[in-house]
Design a protein around this ligand. Sequence first.
Ligand code: GLN
Length: 489
Amino acid sequence: MTILDTVNKLKSGEITSRSLVESLKATFEADKKSELPLNAFLEIFEDATAKAEACDKEIAEAKAKGSLDKLFEEKPLLGVPFASKDNINVRGQKITCGSKILEGYVAPYSATVINRLEKAGAIPLGRCNQDEFAMGSSTEYSSYGPTRNPANRQYVSGGSSGGSAAAVASNQAVFGIGTETGGSVRLPASYCGIYGLKPTYGVLSRWGVVAYGSSLDQVGILGHTPRDIALPLYAMAGEDFYDDTSADLPCKEDLKNLKAYTDFSSLKIAVPKQFAETKGLDEDVAKVFEETKQWFISKGAKIEIVDLPILDASIASYYVIALSEAASNLSRFDGIRYGNRIDSGKGYDELYVETRSNGFGPEVKRRIIIGNYVLSEQFSGSTYKKGMSVRARIQKEVAKLYESYDLILCPTCPTAAFKLGQKVDNPLEMYLSDLYTVFVNLSRCTSISVPAGKNRDGMPVGIQFAGPMFSEAKILSIAQAWEDEKGNN
Ligand code: GLN
């Protein structure tokens, strides 16, 4: 069910929020017992039912008073359960970031994005699985087992927000939120066959979201339709006192009743050569991409191939910057301030070493080591600086491109979802899954992955509609036009 379906059914009394939450809980319990569990949710929050009952009460009271429409005007997500990610704080609930080091840790406060969704009436249903500390592209690096793909359970869900994507794709939640540092919402959206938006850096507050690479981190939204993304974005977007990098979204009002785009004849689209002629681009993905281009052309849009050689350096720049920031951010997990502690009484150094050696998984350790290596005295001023200057170039050249074009069109990933275990021991190959997504994070812009077709194995393929900073309403409305013609929702 979409948000609109859910709200209409809640209004008409066909369902109650309580009955919806109970049925989603039952689906979760049944999945846990199945032979190949999806493992999308790590936990359904115990208080979700009580919160749903409170929403039902509000709805009943407004109905009696004849003010139902007014109520939903104020709270457009009233009674709608959503999937959250295990690195977003929900006060009083456990939060582990998919890591053993935080097992049993309870969130002392709620993230701004959670507070704002709750203010709009939405119900945090539970926390979803993810790659440990959001480091990964398949959700296989979780300490709590992988999340499987709802389209075929032998395949990965994508990552790092694989749990939130699988929860939405399998109808275990109406919509979901995840986080992006370098594609972690768009990639699982593409693999699971749903929509996933990475907003402009700053549009969604990072307060209460566990940091990975702070200059890149951004909360993202997963939904069945672009409208299902627009409404939660409307509820969450805007400046936050607690996050100095946060910013208002100028096009926010257009999100409330998102219209499908119509003005295709004035649309200019750039297709970077670097993303259309890549060696690793899968044949079936290339075919779906071609069909998407043809759709735009048939609508009257102009498409041009552009040459942006700097994009070839985006993966290298991203991993240098993200891992440097991660090494610094993750130093707070020291066994003193957060989560688990292993103390054999031999002093602080031992305590740090034992807690971190036992608490972090192998991929997180690899990244902390690489990050510290890059930042070490021997290298400072060379590798990190180079990573930063490549980023500045990408930012500048992408911004310049958007002076002449409305959209960048490219596949979300070089391949569709792969089988579980296929890349888990080959980090470099795993990193290459992010080839087409990280330029958006590096340039602080926005992009949506739209479900655009299937490969020969029936696995979903996503294509990105990427736009300049603060163009969320426009790219979502273009995606809505796509959904109206091509979608199943
Ligand atoms: N796959 C990328 C990484 O491992 C992106 C992760 C993310 O966006 N959180 O760093």
